[in-house]
Design a protein around this ligand. Structure first.
Ligand code: PRP
Length: 178
């Protein structure tokens, strides 16, 4: 385990098994369809690449990078698009793949935006869900793990852009971020 981690919350084995299980559930919903799978950079990259490899339906891949203007806790905040999709979502079935839902700001805004652009359907798949932190009215359609409000890193998730490449989800020691 990395020396900056207090403990491992989710092991590689737990992640592998659950991601496969969720992808298999999603497969059943898209028979005869060709969904556009949208990864939200950068946190989702490892989850995204593991998840899509279990999909048996034909998919197209695309990515977005977003951030909030101002502080995320302010409801008047707006979503800033740092990198937009390459594809037109009009009439498409979209699967958004996220690493974590916290306040819900990002996904509430993103889902509304994709519908505004004419998406036929928008489904949200997230690796982690911090239900207790929710401030916006949004729920994932598929969620791999419900977690408490711990500072988690690894498997794509960062602190100051570090720890993303750890193969497990670890809880960061308080002394690192306090
Ligand atoms: C994280 C995460 C979500 C968002 C969740 O992204 O990937 O996009 O925050 O928070 P919310 O529910 O309160 O909106 P971050 O801005 O840390 O970027 P990153 O994916 O590049 O690490």
């Amino acid at each position: 385990m990395h020396k900056d981690c207090e403990r491992i919350m989710l092991t590689e084995e737990q992640l592998r098994a659950r991601v496969k299980e969720v992808a298999e559930q999603v497969n059943g919903l898209y028979k005869d369809k060709r969904p556009l799978v949208v990864g939200i950079l950068k946190g989702s990259i490892i989850f995204y690449s593991d998840f899509i490899r279990h999909l048996t339906v034909p998919v197209e891949l695309d990515f977005m990078a977003v951030s909030s203007y101002g502080t995320g806790a302010v409801s008047s905040g707006k979503l800033k698009i740092k990198k937009d999709l390459d594809k037109d979502v009009k009439g498409r079935d979209v699967i958004i793949v996220e690493d974590i839902i916290d306040s819900g700001f990002t996904l509430a805004n993103l889902k509304a935006l994709l519908y505004e652009r004419g998406a036929a359907s928008v489904m949200i798949v997230t690796l982690l869900n911090k239900e207790g932190r929710r401030e916006y009215d949004i729920e994932p359609d598929y969620n791999c793990f419900d977690i408490e409000n711990e500072f988690v890193v690894g498997y794509g998730l960062d602190y100051n852009e570090m720890y993303r490449s750890l193969p497990y989800i670890g809880i960061l020691k308080r002394e690192i971020y306090e």
